[in-house]
Design a protein around this ligand. Structure first.
Ligand code: SAM
Length: 171
């Protein structure tokens, strides 16, 4: 399918480990793609956890849906911008934001969907071969925004594709 945006194996392993730290948790993935990272997250779910994963490309999400047949996972084919703006359900304990909406766009709205103590995880924060022109500035600006927030605790990992793990504080 020439889909070259899948998360790498180290990120996958980390996602599984962090997903497993939320027994009974509600987990969210923005940007399912063909479901590689989804599969890693599912591997970390316990029996009572659940995952909502959102993607706007029907061909991609159908690959994920066919390969990950699991009652704990809800595949949502929709525009992530609309989904974030309209979501009124329970908050999440874990968000893997791997699409423009929820990461570079609508960050405030997305972080407001996270419970206190919940984890927000992003990858591809170190230069990648598929970055379009000007993306490096977008990344630097976003990191600046993250670092100014006093309601978040964050760690930047110079590892894998560049991971940032954030915990939402009780402030
Ligand atoms: C970096 S890829 C995600 C890769 C995925 N984590 C994996 O391991 O395969 C980003 C995904 O976000 C999706 N996407 C882009 N814009 C979107 C939008 N507005 N709403 C929902 N999904 C979107 C793309 O179609 C793409 O599949």
């Amino acid at each position: 399918m020439h889909f070259n945006m899948a998360s790498d194996v180290y990120t996958g392993s980390l996602l599984k480990t962090l997903a497993a730290s939320k027994p009974g948790g509600r987990l969210l993935e923005l940007g399912t793609g063909t479901g590689l990272a989804t599969a890693w997250i599912v591997a970390g779910l316990d029996e009572t956890s659940s995952l909502v994963t959102v993607e706007n490309n029907e061909l991609l999400i159908e690959v994920a849906r066919k390969n990950i047949s699991d009652g704990r996972v809800e595949f949502v084919l929709t525009d992530g911008y609309e989904w974030i703006k309209n979501y009124k359900g329970e908050k999440f304990d874990f968000i893997f934001a791997d699409a423009m909406p929820g990461k570079y766009d609508l960050f405030d709205e997305t972080i407001s969907l996270l419970n206190i103590g919940g984890l927000y995880i992003i990858d591809d924060m170190l230069p990648q071969p598929n970055w379009p022109d000007g993306h490096d500035k977008k990344v630097a600006d976003f990191i600046n925004v993250l670092e100014k927030r006093n309601d978040l605790s964050l760690t930047k990992l110079n590892w894998s594709t560049g991971i940032i793990i954030i915990t939402k504080l009780n402030k």
